[in-house]
Design a binder for this molecule. Sequence first.
Ligand code: 6GU
Length: 249
Amino acid sequence: MRFDILTLFPDMFSSPLKESIMGRAIEKGLVQIRTVNIRDFTLDKHQVVDDTPYGGGQGMVMKVEPVARAIESVKSKNPSALTIYLTPQGKPFNQDLARRLSSQSHLILLCGRYEGVDERVRELFIDEEISIGDYVLTGGELAAMVVIDAISRFIPGVLGSERSAEEDSFFNSLLEYPQYTRPFEFRGKGVPEVLLSGNHSAISLWRRKEALRRTLLRRPDLLAKALLTEEEKGFLEEILNNDSKSDGS
Ligand code: 6GU
């Protein structure tokens, strides 16, 4: 899968995507990431990329021509690439959207700065708009990295062979169960016995129950989407009726 990132700050992308899982995905050729500096597509001597808004008001607006020319330079090589604008006004990003976008072969990610881009960029070039949450960032660059990371995890081979994104939190609309590793005891706190039992069906059941408990206590909104068996629904009732255990959140 290929990502072309259109930005005024290409250096922001040089290090974060080179580490760990994303770094290996790029090395293996599973993911290709290219940055395109919008400033390179200005035609004036001073390479101006922004201007004051028509009608007055605070801040600056990204000019339509350099952005248009940058998008067209990528599209001319692949007209079927999908163009996404990162903006707080976009559709909320989530695991379902990440999975859906992972079926695309080429995404163009436009990172806005200042008060956003000239509206005509939207009208002429943008296929989708995405927001990564209800807060305001100084630009779309960090959002683009979040989107690339979450999408790439769905590409076969990016996660280790035995792992898959399908096992993660949100795949089945539940939060993950608690994890432990050695030592067996730390500052008086132990590890749940069942995890040491070697009884795999008991361990699976415990994990499923703890995932349900955690989701109920922290993110009850997610349960509406979860596909639960009658037994699991019964267990939720049990927690609701007699579980006063605080989950620390
Ligand atoms: Cl995509 N861009 C900016 N600037 N702020 C955001 C965002 C995007 N998503 C949440 N906040």
